[in-house]
Design a protein around this ligand. Structure first.
Ligand SMILES: Cc1ncc(COP(=O)(O)O)c(C=O)c1O
Length: 382
């Protein structure tokens, strides 16, 4: 008789850590045996204020007990406050709230198509923007995009950070250009401020909307509220999610007034978007980032890692702030070595780059644990 393996109730997606997590506090998470793990993965670049920050927890608990949910059918003071707070923080004029990164990008690209009447998009080699159909159209990851080739919107794909290729590209039919200001999954790739300025100028000249996917680079991670401030370029739209509400699901489409004034009521919508729980968590998140100096901590921690990893097996520290890539020829072995010392880090699409995207509140103790463990790594000789 042929027996088949039972289907797990929870559909497998990612290969999880070899232990379940039951608790988090600050820059550590705890497994079901009480073992602590330093979290340099940040719950997938989400936990900007650290795990279970008391201010965030209190804000969520209070809001849950006051008004757990009401949709955009009702005006909510907490939603208006969250909108004022995040637009001021991001240096943008208006916000549409949704629930995830993919949904934020989907709406951003829809807005570009809608407002320009054009039918093409532009994006960059190595870019990663989510699993909806417009998100996949601009994502450069054949293993998840290939099954849908016929359903995707035509996209011009340019090399990231390359000024001559940008100058040569034809944007006359492009509705919107989307990019991760630092390409995370591709291996923490950065581009020069000159390239960002050239991209802005090219969009201005062609009428294409410039969309920064700041789902990883935003919420203080680079030491500035968003990468737009870090690189000194004003996009037309910024998308945010992940750290936006410290882990309470939330996405946002932040727009300039020029974009927002062209949208009519009903062009965008979402039942859960801008729900009171997420809005309360967002307000607490921005409060903690600002009042506890987390952006300065991100900058300092990155400086320290760059300095103290010199001379180790890490040959290059890539990225900015606390979105960092550690280049190491034996990255997979190093990841295993760190896991064995209770340190969680991420891999990337580049097999020689490990990613660090910890809480912005990462402590000196955690940094020492990581630096010491990396210096103790002895790669196997080939
Ligand atoms: C840069 C970037 N854009 C978009 C997304 C999609 O976000 P979500 O998983 O919340 O849909 C991700 C998720 O990893 C991301 O890293």
């Amino acid at each position: 008789m042929v027996t088949t393996a039972p289907i797990p109730a929870l559909l497998p997606t990612y290969a999880p850590y070899p232990f379940p997590l039951v608790r988090g506090a600050g820059d550590r998470v705890f497994d079901d045996r009480g073992q602590a793990w330093w979290d340099f993965y940040g719950g997938h670049c989400v936990c900007v204020t650290g795990h279970c920050h008391p201010v965030v927890v209190q804000a969520v608990a209070t809001q849950a007990a006051t008004l757990l949910f009401y949709s955009a059918a009702a005006a909510l003071p907490v939603r208006d406050q969250a909108a004022a707070c995040i637009t001021a923080f991001a240096g943008m004029d208006s916000v549409f709230f949704c629930n995830s990164g993919a949904e934020a990008n989907e709406n951003a690209l829809k807005v570009a198509l809608l407002l320009t009447g054009r039918k093409k998009l532009a994006a960059f080699q190595g870019g990663w923007h989510g699993r909806t159909l417009l998100g996949l159209s601009v994502t450069d990851d054949p293993k998840i995009t290939d099954p849908f080739t016929d359903q995707l919107v035509p996209t011009l794909r340019l090399p990231f950070g390359n000024i001559p290729a940008l100058a040569a590209a034809d944007f006359s039919e492009v509705a919107g250009v989307i990019l991760e200001p630092i390409q995370s999954m591709a291996g923490v790739k950065t581009a020069s401020p000159e390239w960002f300025r050239a991209l802005r100028a090219k969009c201005d000249a062609s009428g294409a909307l410039l969309v920064f996917d700041e789902i990883q680079t935003g919420m203080g991670r680079l030491g500035t509220p968003f990468a737009a401030q870090f690189y000194g370029v004003q996009p037309d739209i910024i998308t945010s999610a992940k750290g936006l509400a410290s882990g309470v699901p939330m996405g946002a489409l932040l727009m300039t007034a020029a974009v927002a004034t062209k949208l009519k009521g009903g062009d965008l919508g979402s039942t859960f978007g801008g729900g009171p729980l997420a809005c309360a968590a967002l307000l607490a998140t921005v409060d903690v980032i600002e009042s506890e100096g987390l952006m300065a901590n991100a900058t300092e921690a990155a400086k320290r890692l760059r300095m103290e990893l010199t001379g180790s097996v890490v040959t290059e520290v890539l990225g900015e702030g606390l979105l960092l890539g550690l280049r190491c020829a034996q990255a997979a072995d190093l990841k295993g070595h760190l896991l064995a010392r209770n340190l969680l880090v991420g891999g990337s699409g580049d097999p020689t780059v490990l990613r660090l995207m910890p809480p912005l509140s990462i402590s000196g103790e955690a940094l020492i644990a990581l630096i010491t463990a990396i210096h103790s790594f002895v790669p196997e000789q080939p």
